[in-house]
Design a protein around this ligand. Sequence first.
Ligand code: UDP
Ligand code: MG
Length: 312
Amino acid sequence: MPSVDIIVPVYNEQDVLDVFRQRMNEVMSQLDIDWRVLFVDDGSDDNSLHKMQELHAADGRYGYLSLSRNFGKEQALTAGLDHADGDAVIVIDVDLQDPPELIPDMIAAWHEGYDVVYATRKQRQGESWAKKTTANWFYRILNTMSDTSIPKDTGDFRLMSKKAYRAVGQLRERNRFMKGLFAWVGYKQKQIFFEREPRAAGQTKWNYNKLWRFAIDGITSFSYLPLRFATWIGMMVATFAFIYGLVIIVKTLILGADVPGYPSLMVVILFLGGIQLTALGIIGEYLGRMFNETKQRPLYLVDDYQPPGFDK
Ligand code: UDP
Ligand code: MG
């Protein structure tokens, strides 16, 4: 029988773990495959770990990998993928915003020969207009800038064959923009659609600050365009300044020196200062990321590991 590892990142989700198990059991019991669930506890400071221990004791198909602190969802997923060994892996959120009922479709597509089956949401229910619009912009900008095409409105919810998830596991960069990494590895990919539900319980861990960092991470790990953009603007302004310099020299030679010109001087200085700072900032974003990479720290640290088995 083919086997599937289900990887579930968990951060402070004590209220949904039981519901999650119920829904998962219901769906998986209809399928003719070996399955097990690995919760990755991303340093929860509520009762989540205790809940996972209970689930593990009650049902051996549920195991957990507990990280030493909160590393972020990307890192938690990577930890899960590193510990997986099934013929395929399914990555799913614990808050049931990714409906487990989609798993049979994913498995069917996998049996048809697809290596990656990813779920794209048709509608973003229960999300504000502002979030929808900014998300839209983000995907548009990201895809214009990067060479890897990253599907819109697609989260981490997906099935990957062993080939594909091992490939993702080989990418050891510290700035882990998972959607990008998943797309980067290629292989035969299939898109399926679903309606994203509101959270079953608990609260989202995202805020605008985090989303902004996430967006910058996405763009900087998949595109050099901002750096090139800085170069272009720099060159354009420099060319303009050079021509203007010539004009001033010629004018001074012909008409003599004229003292006025303070406003235009200020404008040029401020304008150039602004551009320089922006360019420096862009370089800084990349430099900071390079600094992070060169430290070669492990992506995550494991505190406790209770592997799940295929038997209850
Ligand atoms: N999560 C995590 N580490 C974090 C933040 C979130 O492992 O630092 C998990 C969380 O428990 C959930 C999933 O990632 O299973 C998605 O998080 P959330 O629901 O907060 O994100 P949203 O659905 O709002 O994008
Ligand atoms: Mg969620």
